[in-house]
Ligand binder design. Sequence first.
Ligand code: PLP
Length: 394
Amino acid sequence: MLNQNMLQMGRKRSVIREIFEFSRARANTVGAENVYDFSLGNPSIPAPKEVEEAIVSTLQSGDSLSVHGYTSAGGADWARAAIAASLGRRFHTEIGKDDLYLTCGASAALSAVFRALTIGPHTQFVAIAPFFPEYRYYVGEAKLVVAQADTKHFQIDLVALENAITEDTQAVIVNSPNNPTGVIYTEETLLGLSALLSRKSAEYAHTIYIVSDEPYRELVYDGAVTPYIPHFYKSTIVCYSYSKALSIPGERIGYVLIPREAENARDVYDAVAGGARSLGYSCAPALFQAVAARCADVKPDIEAYRKNREALYNGLAALGYECVKPSGAFYLFVKAPGGDADAFCQNARLRDVFMVPGVEFGYPTNMRVSYCVAPETIERALPVFGELIREFQR
Ligand code: PLP
């Protein structure tokens, strides 16, 4: 006998990976230069030189036992202290090492937090569509409830969100800059969200937390700034990952930050530790705890993403595609001509253009186009995008 939920989850392939693998196979057949793969969110710029330096200097520090050994479950004290100090300076707030729990990336951070907040199978977490599809799996036995974003700017639709919140809601998941839209929530949105959650928490007599999933926090353009959400709503649990900002997604390092102002902060921290423990995460990789600590103040150079964003956004807009211009992350969430993104993406596949249909993100009219690609891919793909839209118009 097997756990049927796990069996189904394991057998259900990730659509994003399936598209990526198919595009790889096509590249072997028709040549990589004839395949335009915009499916994955794998960083396309190399890790900053500070990462390599930190790896080398950590390895050369001489103490191989501690470099490769277990650390405390929540991470080595010195590493958490360095990261906390950097965050405190940056966000003008007091953050200490005991407010941070280091994890194997944002996925482990989120899974541990959802476990910590789940009080039974009736527990609900609200996601705002379009949303990162893996949340469906990270919430475990709890229920993921979906509220649609505002369709014009992809900010939070507070009326839709209020309708989705019930007595069983333990948290609202916020992801800004957003995957797949690239939108950053404005201060106005966050003030509205904070007022709504304060009111609903009072109405249901328990705290409704914000779980802020922030792997793209540093990937912002044109001087945009990602607001620090605990400044707007104190009961915010931040889940961060170094995967995207430092281009190290395979190294699995991130953290949960439970600001001390959050309701019941110490208990939340301990429950997150319990969540991570029950998932079998003994500790985050020791070498990359050290790298994260040594690179705590590193600002990635994202000029290549900015140029790609300009080229792809302007190119698609000139061809007649509609899309909200993203302020962050490395995705465009483009409206499919005709409104059926699944059909449009299937057709695009016939010409070796690979995108992810929005149904995966709970938003079927649009498709995600990742621009963490080589600039030549964009250049060569634009004429094909032109053929696709003209074909549709005919
Ligand atoms: N959250 C969002 C919105 C993401 O896009 C991703 C990865 O693409 C994750 C979480 C998981 O990131 P990590 O690699 O840190 O587990």
